[in-house]
Design a binder for this molecule. Structure first.
Ligand code: ASP
Ligand code: MG
Length: 420
């Protein structure tokens, strides 16, 4: 069996949904689970709803209404006046409105997760119905009843054993060839919705692949496959046809956006190959991520992270930065869940580059300012190049002022600022 994942761009309107059906017709005889994201930019729009609702702004209802209309419009285009799922779509959105009017919780993360998953519930309901009407018989499943998680709303952790049992229980190919379910969302035992982090549908697909011992997972994207750089930023970006699991983990760790970073480990653990293919040019080869025996020659792989803040710490008692200081600093970062993208220590200074997440930075500073003098430098960018060479490094950093460099045999990271 195989697991397919279709992202938001692949189901953004009626035309796109029809294209998904065309692709699936070509894979009719394969047993598969299809994991689908919210349509287009729905998740972003739902984040706006959450933010308005939290501020007690009545406009959240209007925003939610616009999202409902968008789905209604896709339904109109797909089904005409004979929409077989009208009542279901209404029920999905009504439930969210009801949640908003009856909720007593003040927890942002809890509220976020109860609202945000509506995008996936609506998209899968629409796609499943369209496929059933067009000769691709399938069963719709609620991912919240299979992906069992802890209570870390917005960043929930998978409870693997429970999830494996539930997935194997619910997915039985003797009844159909094709199951459709949501990415991104999971559930607690009490039935509250949790989410796995933004862009988490790739990871959901990997969880299903793992639990079902899939032969293969396929991510269908609007790009040809995995490129060595973001083609929007780098004109000469090339497709990488083969990538080892290890390399894919490294790439995504440093911020390559093409696959969610948590996706690869569960696949690697069971040696399940992952294909990244284009839903536009679906006949093209794409990228295969697998356990390759042979050594692969990679082009330089370039990842840029904009809007970095460099945090400088020195001990207030004028002592050298020693292990006890490191322990305190790392402890504070762990507590505020602020990730260090790059770090370096010297005699009296420890520095770490982080994403510009104001709340988390403030929380970290608050935890450490009693014992450390702290200085922040902002407006920096972080360039990471795997398999670098001098030529690529110089061309990527021409007209830039280098602030901090760190390199190993395979990877170089440079924190820099544009020189005006
Ligand atoms: N719809 C969610 C998001 O946009 C999850 C996903 O697309 O992977 O983050
Ligand atoms: Mg998405």
């Amino acid at each position: 069996m195989q697991v397919f994942k279709f992202g938001g761009a692949s189901v953004k309107d009626a035309e796109s949904v029809k294209n998904v059906a065309t692709i699936l017709k070509r894979h009719e005889n394969i047993q598969k689970v299809i994991v689908i994201s919210a349509m287009g930019k729905t998740t972003n729009a739902l984040e706006d709803v959450v933010n308005l609702y939290i501020k007690n702004d009545e406009k959240h209802l209007q925003y939610l209404h616009e999202i409902r209309e968008y789905h209604q419009m896709v339904c109109d285009d797909l089904f005409g006046t004979n929409n077989p799922i009208q009542h279901k779509i209404f029920a999905i959105f009504d439930r969210i409105e009801h949640f908003c009017s009856s909720n007593n919780s003040k927890s942002y993360s809890f509220i976020y997760d109860q609202i945000i998953g509506v995008g996936e519930l609506a998209s899968t309901t629409i796609v499943s119905a369209y496929l059933n009407l067009n000769g691709i018989q399938n069963i719709w499943l609620d991912a919240r009843e299979m992906i069992r998680t802890d209570y870390a709303y917005t960043d929930a952790k998978i409870l693997w054993k429970e999830t494996e049992n539930l997935v194997q229980d619910k997915i039985d190919f003797s009844s159909t060839h094709t199951f459709i379910t949501q990415g991104f969302i999971g559930g607690t035992p009490e039935g509250f919705t949790t989410t796995l982090g933004r862009e988490g549908s790739d990871f959901s697909a990997a969880v299903f692949s793992f639990c079902l011992n899939a032969d293969k997972m396929v991510i269908w994207k609007d790009v040809e496959g995995v490129m060595n750089a973001d083609p929007k930023q780098f004109e000469e970006a090339v497709l990488i046809p083969k990538i080892s699991f290890e390399e894919a983990i490294e790439m995504t760790y440093y911020g390559a956006k093409v696959i969610h970073p948590k996706t690869i480990r569960p696949l690697q653990n069971k040696s399940i190959p992952l294909e990244v293919r284009s839903f536009i040019a679906s006949d093209k080869g794409g990228t295969l991520i697998d356990a390759f025996e042979e050594r692969i020659e990679y082009p330089p792989i370039i990842v840029r992270k904009a809007n970095q803040v460099l945090m400088h710490f020195s001990a207030k008692d004028f002592s050298f930065i020693a292990e006890n200081h490191m322990q305190e600093i790392f402890g504070a970062f762990a507590t505020s869940r602020l990730r260090m993208n790059m770090m370096q220590n010297g005699a009296i200074n420890f520095v770490a580059a982080v994403d510009n997440r104001e709340e988390k930075i403030n929380e970290t500073v608050a935890l450490l300012e009693a014992n450390f003098s702290i200085k922040l430098t902002s407006d920096l960018d972080l360039l990471t190049i795997r398999h670098y060479n001098e030529a690529i490094l110089n061309s990527e950093l021409s007209n830039k002022t280098r602030w901090l460099t760190q390199q190993s045999q395979e990877t170089i990271q440079v924190l820099y600022r544009d020189t005006y």
